[in-house]
Each structure stands twice: as structure tokens, then as C-alpha cells.
Design a binder for this molecule. Structure first.
Ligand code: ADP
Ligand code: XUL
Length: 519
């Protein structure tokens, strides 16, 4: 029996998944929702309230406490963590953690919770996360310093992007210079959690590192001009980035003592949640596009050649299986669907029925611009929801049409902003919390004119972590691991070709209206 643990420290929850690679089975799949399980952190959706809608921070100690609670739950359920042969995982991308002394220098007493022992190490009490859009000024300054947006894109694979770590570091350095100067180590969520587990200063991997506007893709090292444009002395605060297959250390004695891990259990570099999902969906080889419907909605695929988005929205990240991947991210994903569901008093089954049985493609001309929070793609700074169509719909008195409207708008945005990838997918693999919803999957199939399929395991990012640990420790090729764990389920959601003209017309209307709001 060879068991590997994958963790996913995500926006709203932490997941743990264990695979048995000999049996080809998932033997444990458990999650802990921060809002529900850790109300004392005042983050019902994983981030802290802020008067400024552009500022989105989380308490990094909440992620650590979640790790302890989930491991305690797993142990209490009778699962023997001593049987785990390797650990890897993922974190929400771009978020950053600031430490006044390196994690590698800390030793943790086993009689006190980690959150208490880590608190004095933080040089910044909260972590900006991917939903933060407060660094416009820093993006402009970074771009200006290196020769414009095209130059930043050429080096790092993305234009200077507000949620990316470099602009976030720049904002911290200029607004809190003393705290920045006191910072010795900066981590991504992924390298922070890996470092806590291994009791070491875990390096950032190429997959997640590419989401910082700091990594030079061609050289796979930190870019001198971008470091210089970002903040003084930054190179000394970052460890050299590594391949995602790197063993960063062994599980720390704290976790051996408290949770029963076997001493010496390898910890493999963590990566971003999307790169990890690419592996967990079995899509690490080019040819398959993935739509991930989590807190954010993302569209991503492995890339034959690194290629950048001329529109300036898409990104190039490292593919943990080697090479690169492209990704487009939409901030108004699940939380926007939830806002509509709440406002129309539809629960998820009713929301699904509304789309599948009570409305039809094109939504009788009713269209919604669903920007409940500032949007990343297209860039919309001031959140705004606009409804166009019948008086009933515009007055929010047509619940079924509202459900279809938000999903059609989201699918049309995904299609429009992923066209630059250049390969029209014939199959879309769907994952994330909302991929359970057949209504959403059907709209995606019709809008993209592609067959939509899902995998048996919905937690693709945690699964990717477990498979990456297995690959690194056992040396099994990914292709061999994908066969038992990542085969799509039997269900095929087929597109209806007769709706093509309907969506061509709606796509044009959506683009024209979205254009008026974006900048
Ligand atoms: P993350 O990994 O970003 O924390 P998940 O992938 O776990 O997020 O997805 C969580 C989201 O899934 C919730 O915010 C919820 O809105 C959504 N969700 C769960 N079940 C359904 C459903 N049946 N239909 C639509 N959305 C759903
Ligand atoms: C990707 C992005 C989000 C986060 C949270 O660029 O910002 O998808 O990784 O899931």
C-alpha cells in the first residue's frame, strides 16, 4: 500500500485527499470550511471585511489553524497519518505571507498550537490574497520601470496585474516601509504551508512563482529588472524558485508528535491551486481545457508553446508536470452565483432546474453584467450589476431568468477571453464546487459548443497534490497515475448546435455592454 496526501489551502476551505497508488483509489477526501469551522477568524468567505472593496486580506494564522484542525479531525476519524509516504499540495495563488525571521530557523514546541508560535514571526499581520485589486498604482510603476506592459508580459508571462505578488509587495514596501524592512522572508500561500509542514523555509515552485510578476519564464529565475522595479532588497527575501517536483524537506517533528506522521515523510514543493488542478484533472499534457468553478472561475490548459494574451488578461504559469500552462481568471465566480441565488431565493437544486427546465438558451433576451466584486477579466474597478431585458427581469422579479443570466454572462466572458489561446476545445473538463451543477455545465457546453465532462473526484487541486507527491516519491510517470485517478466519469453534457446563432448574437451584446464598464 502506497499512500500519498495532497492538501489544498484554498480561498474558502482547506482540503485533504489521500490516494492509494497501488489500489488506484482515493481513500480519504475531507474539507474544512474556514467560515463555518473557524468563526473566530471573522472571515465567512475566507477573507476579512474591509471598507475598501479593492482590499482583500486574510489572516495567515487561519490557514495554519485550519491545517491543525483538519489533521486532528483526520486522526480522530481513525486514519493513520503514519501510513502516508509523501505529502504535497497547493495554495490559492498570488497571496503572500511576510515573516520577520525565516521559517527554517523556527522550532516549534509540541505543547502549543502553531498559530500562537507563528504569530510573533509575522512582520505583516494579514496577507493580501488574489481578490485584492488595490495595487493599480504599483502595476503602473512596475510597468513604467521595465519598459511598459509588453515588456513585463515578455519577461513574466503576464502584464503587471493587481492581485499578483510583486505589485502587492511593492504596495507593502511603500506604505509600510519599516515593516517591509523588518521582513526577512516572503512566501506565497503554497510555500508557506509547505514550509510550516516541513519546518523549513520552503522555496516557491515555478508553477505558482509565475503568478508574481517576478519570475523570468525563459530563465526560470527571479528577474533582476522586475525585482528592482518592485521593492528594495527584495532578492534577499525570496529563496530561489524550484521545479514543482523538488523535495523541500521532511515532515516537521511537530506533526510527527501531534498527528502521528512517520518521521522522515517527504514534503514535496507545493504549487498554486490552478497548476495543481491541471495535474489533478489529468490535463497536464496539451489538448484538454479545464474550467474550474471555485471561488474564482478559471479556464486553463497546458500549452504547447508559451504564448501570451495580446488582450492582457491571460497568464502563463509553470506546469507542474513540466513546461507551461495558460490561465484566465474571473473574480465573479461562485460568490456572484451565490449572490444571485440568495437574491432570488433559489437553492442550488432550484437554480439548476431554473436553467435546465424553466429557461432556454438566449434567456429571452435577458442579460446580466454580474460584477458583484471588482472584476479581473475584463478589468472592472467599481463593482456593478446591470440587468437588461424585460421589466420583470430588470426588477429582479424573474428568478429563473436571473439564474440563467448570470451563468450565460460568465460562460460568454470565459469564451471571449480565452479565444486568444487559439485552440477551440472540443471537450471541456469541469471541476470546483459549482461543477456539481448540471445547469451551469449545460450552459458551458452550449456557449463553447464543446462536450463538458467531470471527473469522479471534484477536489482536483488536492488530488493534484497527492499525485505530485506520488510522482516525486515513487518516480511513477504522470501518465500512469492519471489513468486510474483522472478518468472522466461516464456522463457527457453535449452542446446543442442549433443554439449557435443565439449565442453569437448574445456574445456581441455582452461584449458591447461589458466594454462600457471596463477600463
Ligand atoms: P475554493 O476551492 O475556491 O474554496 P470550491 O471549489 O470548494 O471553492 O467551491 C466552493 C463554491 O462552490 C461555493 O462558494 C458554492 O457557491 C459553490 N457550490 C457548491 N455547490 C454548488 C452547486 N450545487 N451549484 C452551484 N454552486 C455550488
Ligand atoms: C488565479 C487566481 C485564482 C486563485 C484562487 O490566477 O487568482 O484562481 O488561485 O483560486
Amino acid at each position: 500500500m502506497a499512500l500519498f496526501l495532497g492538501l489544498d489551502s484554498s480561498t474558502q476551505s482547506l482540503s485533504a485527499l489521500v490516494v492509494d497508488t497501488d489500489a488506484g483509489r482515493v481513500v480519504l477526501d475531507r474539507s474544512l470550511n474556514y467560515g463555518q469551522a473557524l468563526p473566530e477568524f471573522h472571515a465567512p468567505h475566507g477573507f476579512l471585511e474591509n471598507a475598501d472593496p479593492a482590499v482583500k486580506h486574510s489572516d495567515p494564522l487561519m490557514w495554519v489553524e485550519a491545517l491543525e484542525r483538519l489533521l486532528a479531525d483526520i486522526r480522530a476519524s481513525g486514519f493513520d497519518l503514519g501510513s502516508i509516504a509523501g505529502v504535497s499540495g497547493a495554495g490559492q495563488q498570488h497571496g503572500s505571507v511576510y515573516l520577520r525571521s525565516p521559517l527554517g530557523k523556527a522550532t516549534f514546541a509540541t505543547d502549543r498550537p502553531l498559530r500562537e508560535q507563528l504569530r510573533p514571526l509575522l512582520s505583516r499581520a494579514t496577507s493580501p490574497i488574489w481578490m485584492d485589486s488595490s495595487t493599480g498604482e504599483d502595476c503602473s510603476a512596475i510597468a513604467a520601470a521595465v519598459g511598459g506592459d509588453a515588456a513585463v508580459t515578455r519577461i513574466s508571462g503576464s502584464r503587471a496585474t493587481p492581485r499578483f505578488t510583486g505589485p502587492q509587495i511593492r504596495k507593502f514596501a511603500r506604505s509600510e516601509p519599516a515593516a517591509y524592512a523588518a521582513t526577512q522572508e516572503i512566501h506565497l500561500v503554497s510555500s508557506f504551508i509547505a514550509g510550516v509542514l516541513a519546518g523549513t523555509s520552503a522555496p516557491i515552485d515555478f508553477g505558482d512563482g509565475a503568478g508574481m510578476n517576478l519570475l523570468e519564464l525563459a530563465a526560470l529565475g527571479w528577474s533582476e529588472p522586475l525585482l528592482a522595479a518592485t521593492a528594495p532588497g527584495l532578492a534577499a527575501k525570496l529563496r530561489a524558485p524550484v521545479a514543482s517536483t523538488t523535495r523541500v524537506g521532511s515532515i516537521a517533528p511537530y506533526f510527527v508528535e501531534r498527528y502521528g506522521f512517520r518521521a522522515g515523510t517527504p514534503v514535496i514543493a507545493f504549487t498554486g491551486d490552478n497548476p495543481s488542478s491541471l495535474v489533478g484533472m489529468g490535463a497536464a499534457l496539451p489538448g484538454t481545457a479545464v474550467v474550474s468553478l471555485g471561488t474564482s472561475d478559471t479556464v486553463f490548459a497546458a500549452m504547447r508553446q508559451p504564448k501570451t494574451d495580446p488582450g492582457g488578461f491571460g497568464h502563463v504559469f509553470g506546469n507542474p508536470a513540466g513546461g507551461f500552462m495558460c490561465l484566465i481568471c474571473f473574480a465573479n465566480g461562485s460568490l456572484a452565483r451565490e449572490a444571485v441565488a440568495e437574491r432570488t431565493k433559489l437553492d442550488w437544486p432550484a437554480f439548476e432546474r431554473a436553467i435546465l427546465a424553466e429557461t432556454k438558451p438566449g434567456n429571452d433576451g435577458n442579460l446580466m453584467l454580474p460584477y458583484f466584486v471588482p472584476e479581473i477579466t475584463p478589468r472592472i474597478a467599481r463593482p456593478e450589476v446591470r440587468l437588461f431585458g424585460s421589466p420583470e427581469f430588470v426588477a429582479w422579479r424573474a428568478p429563473a431568468h436571473a439564474a440563467r443570466a448570470i451563468v450565460e454572462a460568465q460562460a460568454l466572458a470565459m469564451r471571449r477571453h480565452s479565444a486568444w489561446i487559439g485552440e477551440t476545445p472540443r471537450t471541456l473538463l469541469a471541476t470546483g464546487g459549482a461543477s456539481k451543477n448540471r445547469g451551469i455545465l449545460k450552459v458551458l457546453a452550449d456557449v463553447f459548443q464543446a462536450e463538458v465532462r467531470t471527473l469522479a473526484v471534484a477536489n482536483s487541486s488536492a488530488l493534484g497534490g497527492a499525485l505530485r507527491a506520488a510522482q516525486a516519491v515513487e518516480g511513477r510517470p504522470f501518465a500512469e497515475l492519471f489513468a486510474p485517478f483522472c478518468a472522466p466519469g461516464p456522463e457527457r453534457i453535449a452542446p446543442d448546435p442549433s443554439v449557435v446563432p443565439v449565442y453569437e448574437a448574445l456574445a456581441a451584446r455582452y461584449a458591447a455592454e461589458a466594454e462600457k464598464l471596463s477600463f
